[in-house]
Design a protein around this ligand. Structure first.
Ligand SMILES: NC(=O)c1ccc[n+]([C@@H]2O[C@H](COP(=O)([O-])OP(=O)(O)OC[C@H]3O[C@@H](n4cnc5c(N)ncnc54)[C@H](OP(=O)(O)O)[C@@H]3O)[C@@H](O)[C@H]2O)c1
Length: 253
């Protein structure tokens, strides 16, 4: 166990059927947290995550399309009723969907991009807020380095959506501070999950690893460790801020 204060807390990790969300759910369970394991299409992945969670603590399987307000609300209510509240919300579910450059991107793609990556955060946060107010809990949003540098080829709309999440993180941190709720984000760089298996070639993945000062691409666990820190009391005076997890690939003054 790393953070004693997390023991007994209830955490909802959206998109925990795969990658960063799955690793985050598993790591929270190792602190003794009750974990809401959420999926949309990858039920088998979520079941694997729940098995990992249950090796350490309690958890529940939840299904929702994060683009749908009612489904998200039901999911949040389900975990809160089952665990008696919510202490930590990790807004992780998101996707590049596919690569489409601005020049030829369709309206449907634009709509889906913002629904998947921005609307999802809004819905989950609004539904979880009454519980977080009671627990004086906190929120960790998973943004992206793309939101700060414009992203790579064909990911401009994704980058713009993640920039919205970055701004929301600051705005929510201001609005919710009066409730004792902290809001921060983690900005992954190039992390080896299904995401890049789908959207980046093996050559590109190797090239990025070679260009990264720490000499490798990130793992889902690298990101999960930063999420846990922000969710814990070790970060009790940090809000509206972010941690970049990118091996030194993108540095800012
Ligand atoms: N990997 C990277 O290099 C990287 C870099 C920067 C930011 N990120 C961000 O990190 C987060 C996790 O990505 P990952 O790398 O772990 O990718 P991943 O392995 O593909 O996992 C994505 C997760 O999001 C869920 N999801 C996607 N669309 C959804 C929808 N409409 N409704 C509900 N759930 C949905 C997926 O659920 P199902 O599979 O069950 O449908 C899955 O659990 C995302 O927000 C991503 O944008 C990743």
């Amino acid at each position: 166990m790393i953070y004693e204060d997390l023991k007994g807390k209830t955490v909802l990790v959206t998109g925990s059927s795969s990658g960063i969300g799955a690793a985050t759910a598993a790591l929270f369970s190792r602190q003794g947290c009750f974990v809401g394991v959420h999926y949309f299409k990858t039920k088998a992945g979520a079941e694997r995550t729940l098995t990992q969670v249950k090796a350490n603590a309690e958890g529940v399987l939840l299904c929702a399309d994060m683009r749908d307000k009612e489904q998200v609300h039901q999911m949040v209510t389900q975990v809160a009723e089952r665990a008696g509240g919510i202490d930590i919300l990790v807004n992780n579910a998101g996707s590049l969907i596919e690569r489409q450059p601005f020049e030829s991107a369709t309206l449907d793609y634009h709509e889906d991009m913002y629904a998947t990556n921005v609307r999802s955060v809004f819905f989950a946060t609004q539904s979880a807020l009454p519980y977080l107010k009671k627990s004086r809990g906190n929120i960790v949003n998973i943004g992206s380095v793309a939101g700060h540098n414009g992203g790579g080829e064909g990911s401009g709309l994704y980058a713009a959506a993640k920039a919205a999440v970055a701004t929301e993180t600051m705005a929510m941190a201001k609005e919710f501070a009066k409730y004792g709720i902290r809001v921060n984000s983690v900005l992954p760089g190039f992390i080896e999950t299904r995401f890049h298996q789908r959207f980046s070639s093996a050559e590109r993945r190797k090239k990025v690893a070679d260009e990264t000062p720490l000499g490798r691409n990130g793992t889902a666990e690298d990101v999960a460790n930063a999420v846990l820190f922000l969710a814990s009391d070790a970060a009790s005076f940090i809000t509206g801020d972010y941690i970049a997890v990118n091996g030194g690939l993108y540095m800012r003054a």
